[in-house]
Each structure stands twice: as structure tokens, then as C-alpha cells.
Ligand binder design. Sequence first.
Ligand SMILES: [Fe+2]
Length: 169
Amino acid sequence: MAIKTLEEKFAHGLGDIYDAEHRFLEAQQTMLEGANSSAVQAMLKKHISETEQQIVNLTRVHEALGLKAERVACDAAAGLVSEGNKLLKETKDVPALADLAINGSCSKVEHYEIASYRGLIMGAEAMGQQEVVRLLTENLQQEEKTAQALESSMPALLTQAMQTASRAA
Ligand SMILES: [Fe+2]
């Protein structure tokens, strides 16, 4: 369908991230089953419950704009999830590598979400939709914190992976 107004473009972006969050929620549940380190498991559990709340927030954003919350198939999210699942399968025999793979895949997802929310927030600001800005900012801040947590847990995971590699050699 042709998009002709800023509102339609915004609604499309909203439906896209709404679909993406559903896909990422499911993907994180798969990652949790494949996670080995307790730190990675804890991070996933925390962000799974945040993601559930984010989906609720997105439903509220739709309501605030008088829109029906509808998922618009997000090819980027589908691609990120499929890539993450593939890498998880390929690394599953070496627990430290699987944890590293989960961390990296989640990090890519968070940055996709951050870019999406920043763009939507700017659009909502331009349209003067303050409640929408507030709800989307809640989501953005959780994604930013998660991205930071993922990056700071990377060194320990790398050390773990290097120790595993030297044992295997
Ligand atoms: Fe997220």
C-alpha cells in the first residue's frame, strides 16, 4: 500500500517494530534454552519481561493514535532472528561459544531496536504526540541499557571462550 503522509509512514514504522518485538520475544525464549552461563540466562530473563512490557507499551501507542495494533511483517527482524538461530545451532556443542553467539545476536537486535525507537520518537515529537514520545522513550531506554549490559558482559564471555579454546587445543 502506498504511503502518502507522515502519519501513515509513522503507523508503518510502529507496526514494524510491533512485529519485530514479538519476533524478538520468541527468539529470546529460544536463546534462553540454549544459554549456558548464569549471567547470560539472567540477562535474557530480565529482557524477556521488559520486552513483554514493551509490547504492551506499543499497544498503548497505537491506542493513543487511534490505530489498531497490527503487526507489519518486519523482514529485518526476521533476518536477525534467523541469523541468530543459525549461529546458535552452529555453536551449541561449545557452551562458551554459544553464550558468545547469543550475546552478539542480542546486541545486533538491540541496536536495530534503538535505531527504530529513535526514529519513531523523532517522528512523534514532530507530530506533537507527547504521550507517544513518553511510551516510546520508556522502550528506548530499556534497549539502551540492555545494549550496554550486553557490551559490558562481552569481555568475560570472551575470556571464557578463550579458556575453552586453549583446553580444546
Ligand atoms: Fe530489546
